[in-house]
Design a protein around this ligand. Structure first.
Ligand code: ARG
Length: 456
């Protein structure tokens, strides 16, 4: 098959060589963006008097036919035409004749592909931001239900201090809030038009780059044509924001997996987000959470893949850059899928309130309360820490908890301890009294929820 660029060639490559260089099997995902970009480009060419009114009409009508076909999934692509840009141009020419060849006036595939990628990623980033917000709403709803549900708080995965379960859930809200901010910030660079940069040096035609940018809804344009066709920073930023988002989802997934184990039993996932075992009839596995934890790896891989592709490239376009796409598409799919699944999983999970609250009744996570109690009564905190440690040791040796120690025994350790120690040791009191700004005290969690809701 003749190539659109075949003029200077005497020989054609064999099919398997063409297949290696082709990108149509994945860049057809850009079909809509490519047509949108062409429509804006040809309109601008017309407005600038570079193409006649009639030529613009024929090309525009032809592009609309291709657009309608694409919407119905009726376009067929071929590796003979290498990529989405050449496939569409060829089909346009087949449809409306040689005038279709005027579409590429003052344009190169290099600014064309960059334009497509900017359009694509801008759209998808906005969709991801919407999915983040939807998940944040789910978290707020679950957290509101569990402001006063007590749960063990951990450090080193050892029981540390009791917390409000709502407070724990809201941690992920704030991580997502920062993720959202990173995507929003990245949009500033994505929302920038490379169109009109040509292959690398601009063009001799009197084009109007601001006009095509405006028609495409871009809020800025690249100031340097070489930069416009060489820049893939906006994709790296997207992959980086996605990697950090996936880190957060993966940490949450890990907690969901732990919590739904028989050992913790803090939550039960709904059947709709769990799977069974082909051999063990009793199993209910948190596959979705595990998969999200696992898929985090491919998103990191996509980030490192692109950074590595770019690191040695001289200016301007190099075919290496065709490798920017699959990782980006894959990341978009992975991130969107993970956010949707996670929101559904958290919305439908059952929180085992009694198990959570029973857990904080039978541990030493109230030991800080005893130390704080002594410190409040004037004992230097370091000394209070030591006294408490010795009481805890006594309890461990006798198989009891702090609430079971008699007042007489307490007073052997310190005469400062009085009857009110038992109230101070209550986990609910311990949580309620942590009323410092941003703390786990119920009042603070309610305040936090108010602030969170104002952001949505
Ligand atoms: N398929 C190519 C890519 O994705 C389009 C740009 C090709 N430009 C070129 N000069 N070969 O990178």
């Amino acid at each position: 098959m003749t190539k659109l660029w075949g003029g200077r060639f005497q020989q054609t490559a064999e099919q398997w060589v063409d297949a290696f260089g082709a990108s149509i099997h994945f860049d057809q995902a850009l079909v809509m963006e490519d047509i949108t970009g062409s429509l804006a480009h040809v309109q601008m060419l017309g407005e600038q008097g570079i193409l006649s009114v009639d030529e613009v009409k024929q090309i525009t009508d032809g592009l609309h036919v291709l657009q309608a076909k694409a919407e119905n999934g009726e376009l067929e692509f071929s590796i003979d035409q290498e990529d989405i840009h050449l496939n569409l141009e060829k089909q346009l020419i087949d449809l409306i004749g040689p005038v279709g060849g005027k579409l590429h006036t003052g344009r190169s595939r290099n600014d064309q592909v960059a334009t497509d990628m900017h359009l694509y990623l801008k759209k998808r980033t906005n969709e991801i931001i919407d999915l983040i917000v939807a998940f944040q709403k789910v978290l707020v709803t679950q957290a509101e239900t569990h402001v006063e549900t007590l749960a063990p708080g951990y450090t080193h995965l050892q029981r540390a201090q009791p917390v409000s379960f709502g407070h724990h859930l809201m941690t992920y809200f704030w991580m997502l809030e920062r993720d959202k901010a990173r995507f929003v910030d990245g949009l500033k660079r994505t929302d920038c038009s490379p169109l009109g940069a040509g292959a690398l040096a601009g063009t001799t035609f009197p084009i109007d780059r601001s006009r095509s940018a405006e028609l495409l809804g871009f809020s800025s344009i690249y100031e340097n044509s070489l930069d416009a066709v060489s820049d893939r920073d906006f994709i790296v930023e997207f992959l980086s924001a996605s990697s950090l988002l996936m880190t957060h989802l993966s940490r949450f997934a890990e907690e969901i997996i732990l919590w739904s184990s028989q050992e913790f039993s803090f939550i039960e996932l709904s059947d709709a987000f769990s799977t069974g075992s082909s051999i063990m009839p009793q199993k209910k596995n948190p596959d979705m959470a595990e998969l999200i934890r696992g898929k985090t790896g491919r998103v990191y891989g996509n980030l490192f893949g692109l950074l590595t592709v770019l690191k040695g490239l001289p200016l301007a376009y190099n075919k290496d850059m065709q490798e920017d796409k699959e990782g980006m598409f894959d990341t978009v799919e992975t991130v969107m899928g993970s956010l949707k699944i996670f929101a559904g999983m958290v919305e439908s999970m059952t929180v085992r309130t009694e198990t959570l609250e029973a857990a904080v009744e039978s541990d030493f996570s109230n030991a800080t309360e005893l130390a704080d109690y002594l410190a409040t009564k004037g004992m230097p905190f370091r000394e209070a820490h030591d006294v408490t440690g010795r009481v805890v040791f006594h309890c461990i040796q006798n198989g009891i908890f702090l609430k079971d120690v008699s007042l007489a025994t307490y007073q052997d350790y310190s005469s400062l301890i009085e009857e009110d120690i038992y109230t101070a040791l209550s986990p609910r009191e311990a949580v309620r009294r942590r009323n410092s700004l941003g703390g786990t005290g119920f009042e603070q969690v309610r305040l936090q929820l108010q602030k969170a809701k104002a952001l949505l």
